[in-house]
Write a protein that binds this ligand. Structure first.
Ligand code: ZN
Length: 86
């Protein structure tokens, strides 16, 4: 997390915002959960389970949307419909 979700101040890696003093532990754990789901999705692709990867990426996107997640999710979902479409 680069910016405080409350006041948008630049963060310095601590567990609280230097500007508004918001504690960031819960937000950091939530983002870590989305990152974890994304890594598992990539593992699912490597193991030949793209349908599982699509489900995991959908969950990760609900937690925290990123351009990479959106693109990967769309490409894998499209491949589920058209296996030669990647
Ligand atoms: Zn803040």
């Amino acid at each position: 997390m680069e910016r405080c979700p409350i006041c948008r101040a630049q963060l310095n890696g601590g567990d609280s915002c230097r500007r508004c003093r918001a504690t960031l532990g819960a937000a950091q754990r939530t983002l870590a959960r989305a990152d974890h789901l994304e890594r598992i999705a990539l593992l699912a692709v490597a193991l030949g389970s793209p349908a599982t990867a699509v489900q995991l990426l959908a969950r990760a996107r609900l937690i925290h949307e990123t351009p990479l997640r959106r693109s990967l999710h769309h490409r894998l979902a499209a491949r589920a419909v058209d296996p030669d479409g990647l």
